[in-house]
Every structure is written in structure tokens, then in C-alpha cells.
Design a protein around this ligand. Sequence first.
Ligand code: NIG
Ligand code: FE
Length: 415
Amino acid sequence: MRIVLENIKELVQIEDCSIRYKAGAQMKSLPILHNAYLVMRDGIIEGFGEMDDLRSEKLDNDVLVELDCSNRIVMPSYCDSHTHLVFGATRESEFVDRINGLSYEQIAERGGGILNSALKMEDYSEEELFDDAMRRLHEIAMQGTGAVEIKSGYGLSTESELKILRVIRRLKKESPMVIKATFLGAHAIPRKYWDDRSKYIEKVIHEMLPIIASEDLADYIDVFCDQGFFTPFETEQILMAGLKYGLRPKIHANELGLTGGVQVGVKYNALSVDHLEHMGAEEIAILKGTETMPTVLPGAAFFLNLPYSPVRNMIDAGLPVALASDYNPGSSPSGNMNFMMAMGCLKYNMTPEEAINATTINSAYAMGVEGMCGSICRGKMGNLFITKELPGYTNIPYHYASNLIETVILDGEII
Ligand code: NIG
Ligand code: FE
């Protein structure tokens, strides 16, 4: 099966495959080809170049689809490196509680928040969770996402955590998206362990992890290392246990305070440290020269009215930055990466080029798929989208609430 895109106005993010992410000033670079073509065969990008070269090249007989992309932009699909999109009930009542003055932490202290999601999770069958998650995957695919990381963490019991991870395993098989699974048993301490936190941590380490590892249910391990949730010391215990099973950390850090999460992440060579609403000079300095991707979640800061992460300082200090949606029912009930990118520009002062790098190649790195997604490059997967007619790529974040995507191609197939 061969798909040929022709007359592309701007083919965006044509990068050398050896580029794994872009940091600091490199984030401003966004290689583009004008009046271009692109060929995919059997799900893989086979080639691209200027239209004149396609005209002179004889196309094989096996061309099944030719798409005219006149006046249209073609971009690699977004990679959403941080979501919790397998969940049961939505939490709109907390949304209203917050409008009426309660804080996110006050809601959590009352047993709402993550614990509320975990309680409701018990009522959902694997089948229902799968169907709902599939619908959400389809929704975000049509908004341009081609790869997504999904965490457990709304179970908080062995049974429910396994249920979520098994749903993610089935999504991996049945969805055209590239999916990575992260075990987040340490998302919150269930109420019945509030008097003896270490008991729950032992359960995560000695009961959940061995089963998850034996069934190969997770690619990464996460801990919510923050004020009121897990301490850096507790986080270390859990990350050390995960590493024994070969699970690299990706952690929730510094959402609610300067609580040492970034330091723990770097110490354990986390693939990413995520949230980062609270970042001091020390946190920025410690990330320099590491393999840990600082990942910012604009949706959560927007929805919870949290401080916006100092992304400008981070990039100006030479760090890479990725953007992800955090799609979940409590702090970011949207997986719209186009909106996250627009927020990158509007709230974090990123240039459109920086925001595109943050939502494609850098977020691909943050979920370990930069070898197959995140840029237009020969040999990578045919995961991309074609916009409606537009003057140029800057229009994508500029029209922050419009869906400007006309055609989505995942794994070389039109969705
Ligand atoms: O990334 N911060 C921790 N966990 C999730 C949301 C949890 C929730 O409120 O359901 C997040 O924002
Ligand atoms: Fe999260």
C-alpha cells in the first residue's frame, strides 16, 4: 500500500533521524520543505522532496492513494507523552467545587481527587474502560495525536491497577496509535492506609510490581512526588524497585511545590520529569546535561489555575522542553495537543517553532518513541496530519481553539 501526498505547501519538521530531541536555541529550528511531496509505503515514510522531483520520478503501479495537499500544511503527528486517559467517571463536581473556592489540595484532603477516581474505578469493567478509552483515542487522533503514553494510577489496588494496565495492553493491540504504558500505583495513598503509608508503598513494591513485570504490562514507572502525595524518600524506594524490573522512571514532579521531585528524577535517570509548575534555579541547573526531558503540562496549569512553568528560563538555560496534555478527569480533561501547543506560545512565550518541537520530537523522546515518531524522516512511521487550507504553520497555534486538521494518517492509513 502506497500513499503519495502531493503539492504540499509546507512539509514541516523534516529532521535528520539522528536528532533525538532539541534543546535550548536548537528548539527554534524547524526545517521545512515548500511545494513538497511525501511517499509512504506500508506504513513507513519512504521518501519526500520537492514536487519537481516527484514529477520526474515514475510512480509504481501500486499507488493506491494520491492526495492533493495544495495550500495545506503537513506535520508529523503530535506525541502526547503524558496522559491518564483510561479512567472511569468524569469529575465535573470537583470542577464546580473549585469554582466555588476549594483548592485542588483541599479536595484531595477530603478524599476527592485521585481517590474519588479510584473509588469509581471499582464500578467499571475492563470492557467499559476499554470502550471509553478507545473513544478518547479516536478523539485525540482526529486532533492530531499519533503517539500517546497512558498511565495507570486510578486503581490504587492491585486488582484495579492491573485492570487499567490490561486495558492499555489491549489498546496497544487494537488502536493504530503508538502507545506506551506507565505504572503509576504511587499516584495517591488510599484512605485506608493514611495511618500507615508504608504499608501501601510495600504493596506497590512487593505485590503490584512483580505481577506487572511478569505480565510485561508496563514500559515505565511513575510516582506523584509532591506535597501531600509521595515524599522524595518514598519515591526513591519505588523507583529503585521499578528499576530492578527494568522500568525506567517518568515522574510527576513539582506541580504543587519545590519538593525535590526533579532531583529524584535526575538521580534515577528518569526519561522525563513532568509538570514543573514550581522550578527554581537549582532545578533548572540540575537538569542540564542529563537525559531527562523536562515536560510541561499546560492543560493542568490552565485548568487548575496553577502557576505557569518558567519555560522561557528553561529553554534559555539550554534545556529541552516537551509539552504534553496530561489528559485526565481531574486536572486536564482534554487531550487536545493543538491547544497545548497554542498554550505553549500564549502562556509560556514559546515561539511556534519551539512549541512544535516540544509537541513532536521532544515529546516523542519523553515517551521513548523518537526513533519512529516525532519528525518527518525516511524510515519513520507514517503518522502525520494534513491541515485544511492555511497560509502557514504559524496559523496552527494562532487559531488556538480551532481544529484545522483535515486528514489524519496513522501507520500509513487514512483514519
Ligand atoms: O498529572 N498530578 C497528579 N496526577 C494527575 C491528575 C490527578 C487527578 O486529579 O486526577 C495530574 O495532574
Ligand atoms: Fe499526570
